[in-house]
Write a protein that binds this ligand. Structure first.
Ligand code: ADP
Ligand code: MG
Ligand code: ZN
Length: 474
């Protein structure tokens, strides 16, 4: 029998708003535990939530980018369950009227385009974090994450392989980053995917699915899908049944295990949230959200090529990540030399990022310093070698470029006498190469210029050195 896996995703993205969804507490990551909590997000009796307008606008941005219908009159509901990380014992979410519906995203997998349906996007609040303390063998609570705005993007069960899922998630991540609505740091949990999987004989009826949680890297997602598909096929082939349940993926062990049978909606006793008004998005509000949509990767690529004559290849590299694109645009503006800025960021900066394992979100290089170096090299104050060296020093140690160049004596030698002296010395010392050149072996020229540069400690103005050498040889 030919088995086919069927996969649907529930992707949670924390929205990058300054404050939480129903109170004014900060959403900043990595602060001391329980320092960003107030009576509202701690679920004290008698408090009233107040909706964050930016959270709604961010959710709508995502809906627009994923070709959804925006619900003009959407509502919140209470999802009731008890868990220690949820002080109110209910989560404010959207069941009956989610903010966006019926969208799709086209993804390219192995040269073919696949349309993935988006069932809905709803808004909700995040829960707190349980931290198991191995020393005291206690479980501790951090309530600071309670009430951080989330969107949950629910796809149709349209995927049939791990590769399709990975490509979709990568594309979704790019969209969220360009929209500026989520920082998408999977390690910090601001982007998390739950994976629903079932298997069926190819083209047959949908099978019973399991849901897998705790996936926090693209690699884990791929491995978990492959593991779960095999597990289900083995069950079915040995005449057993798949049980609908929630499973936890243990990436270190490379296995998943059952956590609990899957709750269905009735068990959550959803009911309309009585403390919040419905959200009405009128034409004017929707229009202003559309007008304020940030420029997406494809539009940026087209603009770089059209306005600045940057090659398609470089434009693709520059827009591979929104933070790389931002760095490039800053350097281009400050140096007023977009072409040179493109070469620098797509070339040397990308190389240094690779070499130092720097993720785009951790890029901290100063655009102003890079722009200074571009000005120096394009006005022939430093040569290409010195430029490269100084770029690396700026990237790795954050040095001041002017100081660095002065201290290292990297300023280019354009002094005609100094160059003539170096050339003359090379001509007397390198008799063989000079003879070779004069006998028609033109590649000897490169060697001779190299020798003259060495005498100038690599700082000679290459155009002037070349000219002087040619004159001397003639
Ligand atoms: P629930 O209400 O239990 O969360 P949903 O119907 O909302 O279930 O579906 C949740 C996710 O599971 C969606 O991403 C959907 O595409 C996916 N899904 C539903 N049925 C299947 C199935 N038989 N196999 C794989 N995925 C499925
Ligand atoms: Mg669901
Ligand atoms: Zn609060």
């Amino acid at each position: 029998m030919n088995w086919e896996s069927v996969i649907g995703l529930e992707v949670h993205a924390e929205l990058a708003t300054q404050s939480k969804i129903f109170c004014g507490c900060s959403t900043a990551f990595g602060q001391e535990p329980n320092t960003q909590v107030c009576p509202v997000c701690a679920g004290m009796p008698g408090v009233l939530p107040r909706l964050n307008r930016t959270a709604v606008e961010y959710a709508v941005r995502v809906g627009l980018a994923l070709n959804c219908t925006i619900t003009r009159y959407s509502k919140f509901d209470r999802k009731n369950y008890f868990y220690p990380d949820l002080p109110k014992a209910y989560q404010v979410s959207q069941l009956y009227a989610p903010i966006c519906r019926d969208g799709h995203l086209a993804v390219e997998v192995d040269g073919t385009t696949k349309i993935i349906g988006i069932r809905e996007i709803h808004m909700e609040e995040d829960a707190g974090k349980l931290i198991h303390d191995a020393v005291s063998d206690n479980t501790l609570m951090d309530f600071s994450r309670c009430g951080v705005p989330l969107i949950e993007i629910v796809t149709q069960p349209d995927f049939h392989s791990a590769a399709e899922v990975r490509t979709f998630l990568m594309q979704l991540r790019e969209i969220l980053l360009y929209l500026g609505v989520c920082d998408c740091k999977m390690q910090e949990g601001s982007l998390r995917a739950d994976i629903n999987i079932s298997v069926r004989p190819e083209g047959g009826e949908l099978g019973v699915r399991t849901e897998m949680k705790n996936l926090n890297s693209f690699k884990a997602i791929g491995r978990a899908i492959e593991y779960e598909t095999r597990r289900q096929i083995q069950l079915l082939e040995s005449g057993k049944q798949v049980v609908q349940e929630t499973r936890r993926w243990d990436d270190d062990a490379g296995v998943s295990y059952g956590m609990r049978s899957k709750e269905s909606a009735p068990e959550y006793r959803y009911f309309p949230e009585p403390d919040l008004l419905p959200i009405y998005i009128d034409d004017q509000w929707l229009q202003s959200i559309v007008e304020n949509l940030p420029e997406m990767a494809e539009a940026k690529r087209a603009r770089y090529m059209r306005c600045w004559g940057i090659s398609a290849l470089e434009a693709a590299t520059l827009t591979s990540h929104v933070y790389v694109a931002q760095l490039f645009e800053e350097v281009a503006a400050l140096s007023r030399n977009p072409m040179e800025a493109a070469h620098l960021v797509a070339g040397e900066i990308m190389r240094l990022m690779n070499q130092t394992d720097t993720l785009p979100e951790d890029l901290a290089v100063d655009a102003k310093k890079l722009a200074t170096l571009i000005t120096l090299v394009s006005s022939a104050k430093i040569n290409r070698n010195a430029y490269k060296e100084a770029v690396e020093a700026v990237f790795i140690d954050g040095v001041d470029p002017e100081e660095y160049i002065a201290q290292r004596g990297l300023r280019m030698v354009s002094d005609a006498d100094a160059i003539a002296e170096a050339v003359a010395a090379v001509i007397t010392e390198q008799r063989q190469a000079v003879a070779d050149y004069r006998a028609g072996q033109h590649k000897a020229l490169g060697f001779l210029i190299g020798q003259a540069m060495r005498k100038l400690q690599g700082k000679g103005n290459p155009a002037l050195v070349r000219k002087a050498m040619l004159e001397a040889l003639e």
